[in-house]
Design a protein around this ligand. Structure first.
Ligand code: 5GP
Ligand code: ZN
Length: 110
């Protein structure tokens, strides 16, 4: 989608520290980390937020969770926190669905 920051990151038009990528998802470091490891996992397909997700996105939503699990396992994380802010009133600032993966003690709630 035009003028979407995370679409641009997914398309390589905007710089990001990418830690994982496949045909469906991209994971990159949050620019303002709220925990020792703070990654954002996004679908390459533009979905504005979970509010706009439909039945057809079920596989993709599961893929985000399993990608988080795999990245955390690769880092030998003993535990971690997943956050999906949804809608402006839910604290979502970037309007492209994303899953926060926080490993280590968070400094603040993202
Ligand atoms: P939200 O509040 O929408 O759930 O989270 C958006 C996250 O995106 C924030 O934690 C913020 O630090 C991060 N962020 C905003 N702009 C950029 C950027 O240009 N690059 C990266 N890597 N992260 C960003
Ligand atoms: Zn987008």
């Amino acid at each position: 989608m035009k003028d979407c920051l995370f679409c641009k990151i997914a398309e390589g038009e905007e710089e990001a520290d990418i830690v994982y990528e496949d045909d469906q998802v991209v994971a990159f470091k949050d620019i303002n980390p709220k925990a020792p490891t703070h990654l954002l996992i996004i679908p390459k397909q533009h979905i504005t937020s979970l509010k706009e997700a439909e039945e057809e996105h079920q596989q993709l939503l599961g893929k985000l969770m399993l990608t988080a699990k795999q990245i955390a396992a690769d880092k030998d994380a003993a535990g971690y926190k997943l956050v999906m802010n949804t809608g402006e009133k839910g604290g979502q600032m970037v309007e492209h669905l994303h899953l926060h993966l926080l490993i280590g003690k968070p400094k603040q709630w993202p």
